[in-house]
Design a protein around this ligand. Structure first.
Ligand code: PMP
Length: 445
C-alpha cells in the first residue's frame, strides 16, 4: 500500500462513521477504497479491478462514468446550478422530468413530488396518506401495513416501514402506527402448495385489517420484489390476492419501486411484471443511476385531489426539502431515462434474464446451497445454515471470498444478492457465474 492510500485509510478510520459497518471492525481492518469506475467495473487505488455485481446499491443502471450523464450534469450546472421548488418555483429540468415520469408511469398518475432519497420518498408517501385522511375527514385512517423483511429506508418513519430487526431494535422503532404482515417468501418443497401459501398471506392481511379496524388503515406498502430483505420474489398470484383484500377495505396501495423501477425486473416497472395497481409509487436509484441523489413520489387523483382541496381550505402541504427537484439531479435523471430507452436497456434485461436465472438455478443444485431466486437481472443464492454456525456467517464469508476474486456482491444473512448494472453483456454474466462457481468449489474445502 503506498503512502497516499495508507493516509486515506488512516483518516477514514480516524474520522468517518460508516453506514451499515461494524465500527470496531472498521477501526482494525480499515476501508475498501474505490478510486475510479468504468462500465460494470470499479477499481481500487492500486488498480485492482472488481465487477460491481450489485450496481453500487442496486442503482447504477447505465454503468459507471457514462459520458452523456457527465455532460448533462455539467450543462445544467453551468446554466442553473440550484434553485428550489417551494412556493410554486420551477425550472425546465424538473418540470420536464415530472412530465416524463407521468408519461412512462404504468398506471394513470396525476402528479410527482421530488425528494433526495428513497427513504424520504417513502416518508413523504406516508405523510401524503395522513394529510389525505385529514382532508377527507377520516382522521383515524392513518395506520400503514408493511411486511416483515421489507426495506423502505432509514428515516424514522421509513425505518418503521422497513421490516428488519436491525433497523428497529436499537432505535425503539417501529412507530405504533406501522404494522407488519407476512413476508411473501414461498419455499418450494415445503408441505404447503404455492397457492395455499398465497391464500394464507391474503388471509393474514385481512385478519390484521379486521383486528385493527378497516377504518384505521390508510395504506399498504410493498416492494414488487423485496430487495434488501434478501431478494424475495413473490409467488404467482400473490399481488392479485393482496390487492383484492386492499380493495375490499378501501386501502391505498403504495408500490415502492426504488429498486424495481426503470427496468430491473425486465419491465420498466415492477408493477408491470406483477400487475400491481398502485395509488402511489416511489422511485429512486435507477432514476438517476445514482449519479445524483434524487427520488420521486408519483400520486394518482385519489391522492392528489383531496390534497389540492385541503391546501386550498386550511393551508398548503407543509412538506418538502431544500434540494427537492434539484435542477442538476433532474437533468441527470432525464438524460439517464433517455439513455435507458435509447440504448434499450430494459430489453437487455429481458434478453439476459433467462441466462442469469439459469446460472443461479444451476448453482442452487450444488451441495450446501439451499435456494436460488431471481427475476429480470436481480437474484440471490441462499446457503443452507451450517451446524453450529450463527445465521449470516456463511454469507459474510462467501461474499468476502467473492470480493477477493474480484466480484462485489452483497450478503444478506446467508443469501448472496446479485444485481448487476443493466448494461451488462452475456459474456460478463458468464464471468460473474464462473467466479461464483470457482468460489463455491474452493469454499468449504
Ligand atoms: N426502498 C427500497 C426498496 C430500497 O431498496 C431502498 C434503499 N436500498 C430505499 C427504499 C431507501 O432508499 P435510500 O437509501 O435512497 O434512502
Amino acid at each position: 500500500m503506498n503512502d497516499q492510500i495508507a493516509r486515506i485509510s488512516d483518516i477514514d478510520v480516524a474520522h468517518h462513521l460508516h453506514s451499515y459497518t461494524d465500527a470496531r471492525r472498521h477501526e482494525n481492518e480499515g476501508p475498501l477504497q474505490i478510486s475510479r469506475a468504468e462500465g460494470i467495473y470499479v477499481f481500487d487505488p492500486e488498480g485492482r479491478r472488481y465487477i460491481e455485481g450489485m450496481a453500487g446499491l442496486w442503482s447504477v443502471a447505465v454503468g459507471f462514468s457514462e459520458a452523456r450523464l457527465l455532460r448533462a450534469a455539467a450543462e445544467q450546472m453551468a446554466v442553473l446550478p440550484y434553485y428550489h421548488t417551494f412556493t410554486g418555483r420551477t425550472n425546465a429540468a424538473v418540470a420536464k422530468l415530472a412530465e416524463k415520469l407521468i408519461s412512462i408511469a404504468p398506471v394513470p398518475m396525476s402528479k410527482v413530488l421530488f425528494t433526495n432519497s428513497g427513504s424520504e420518498a417513502n416518508d413523504t408517501a406516508i405523510k401524503l396518506v395522513w394529510y389525505r385522511a385529514n382532508a377527507l375527514g377520516m382522521p383515524k385512517k392513518k395506520k400503514v401495513i408493511s411486511r416483515l423483511k421489507a426495506y423502505h429506508g432509514v428515516t424514522a418513519l421509513s425505518a418503521s416501514l422497513t421490516g428488519l430487526p436491525n433497523n428497529h431494535l436499537s432505535f425503539d422503532l417501529p412507530f405504533d402506527c406501522i404494522l407488519h404482515t407476512l413476508t411473501p417468501h414461498y419455499r418450494a418443497g415445503s408441505n404447503e402448495t404455492e397457492e395455499a401459501f398465497v391464500q394464507r398471506c391474503a388471509a393474514e392481511l385481512e385478519a390484521l385489517i379486521l383486528r385493527e379496524g378497516p377504518e384505521t388503515i390508510g395504506a399498504f406498502i410493498g416492494e414488487p420484489v423485496m430487495g434488501a430483505g434478501g431478494v424475495i420474489v413473490p409467488p404467482t398470484g400473490y399481488w392479485k390476492a393482496m390487492q383484492d383484500v386492499l380493495a375490499r377495505h378501501d386501502i391505498l396501495l403504495i408500490a415502492d419501486e426504488v429498486i424495481c423501477g426503470f427496468g430491473r425486473t425486465g419491465s420498466m416497472f415492477g408493477r408491470e411484471t406483477y400487475d400491481i395497481r398502485p395509488d402511489i409509487m416511489t422511485v429512486s436509484k435507477q432514476l438517476s443511476s445514482s449519479y445524483q441523489p434524487i427520488a420521486a413520489v408519483l400520486v394518482n387523483d385519489r391522492v392528489y385531489q383531496p390534497i389540492a382541496d385541503e391546501s386550498h381550505r386550511i393551508g398548503v402541504f407543509g412538506h418538502g426539502y431544500t434540494a427537492s427537484g434539484h435542477p442538476v439531479a433532474a437533468a441527470v435523471a432525464l438524460e439517464n431515462l433517455r439513455i435507458i430507452e435509447a440504448d434499450r436497456l430494459v430489453e437487455n434485461v429481458q434478453a439476459l434474464a433467462p441466462l442469469f436465472g439459469a446460472c443461479l438455478d444451476e448453482l442452487a443444485t450444488r451441495p450446501g446451497v439451499f435456494e436460488s431466486r431471481s427475476v429480470g437481472l436481480i437474484g440471490a443464492l441462499e446457503f443452507e445454515p451450517r451446524d453450529g454456525q450463527a445465521q449470516g456467517v456463511i454469507g459474510t464469508q462467501f461474499s468476502r471470498a467473492l470480493l477477493e476474486s474480484g466480484l462485489i456482491c452483497r450478503s444478506i444473512g446467508d443469501a448472496i444478492a446479485l444485481c448487476p448494472p443493466m448494461i451488462i453483456t452475456e459474456d460478463q454474466i458468464k464471468v460473474i457465474f464462473d467466479t461464483f462457481a470457482q468460489c463455491l468449489d474452493t469454499f468449504g474445502q
